[in-house]
Design a protein around this ligand. Sequence first.
Ligand code: NGF
Length: 291
Amino acid sequence: MQKVYAALMTAFDENGNIDEKGTREIIRHDIDVEGVDGLYVGGSTGENFMLGKDEKKRVFDIAWDEAHNDDVDLIAQVGSPNLHEAMELAKYVTNELGFKTISAVTPFYYNFTFDEIKHYYDEIVKDVDANLLVYSIPALTGVSLSLDNFAKLFENPKIIGVKYTNADFYLLERIRERFPDKKILSGFDEMLLPALIEGVDGCIGSTYNVNTKVVKEEIDAYNKGDFERARELEHQKNDVITAMLNNGIYPTIKLILEHMGVHAGYTRAPMAKYDDKVIKGADEIYNKYFK
Ligand code: NGF
């Protein structure tokens, strides 16, 4: 069965400081109420790229402490264009905590060559007892990997797959066909069904913090060959995602969590704090789809 991972949100207080209690509540909600199979900690949804190194460690600490005794997979996203930091975080989550799977975003901002990108990944996994998922999200990083690039990265046996947040289904099909044993986790929640058709092993996403049940039903329908039902559920899910995207995805998910009794708090600057319009929009989405 394909697994559903919530890309864990981080709760922040009004001043943009990590709210530990709220973050723990999100984790409990994801596991106990949504029934996710795993958590992807320190990704885009966790607002990780706006955090300092010690704050990233704190989020990993909280997630590990709260969830390591639960029957869920935990993945720590340690990547950063600061390779020293990425290596330190990889060692931290594996040696000081007990993460067995890490992930790393493709290094961004500078136009790194592919050889530099390969070196980055090999360095991150070199001294840690963990496997790694490449985090490929070209729309945000500007870094596109080709099939041959993946082939070269996958030569390292510790690199076990990819979190694929990309709408290129031709490339996805080529990766699946060439690397049947590598893990592919789909990253665009709104493109789950086409990704399932291409044979992904599961999905990781922001909306699974609040909308996992319908997604599990969709996966189940797909696996039973009931494609009509799977399409119906994909439409249902995407009506919610479209409304969320139009209202601002992260604040809206946080506000929906608040409606569910989870203190998910605020987003962190430079992201704008939600205003009355966003709050009203999130109220409407909650009342229409979640109540
Ligand atoms: O938020 C983004 C930006 N993508 C997430 C997900 O791919 C990121 C996706 O769930 C993620 O998993 C992480 O690293 O935290 C979208 O929010 C969703 O599909 C709506 O577009 O692209």
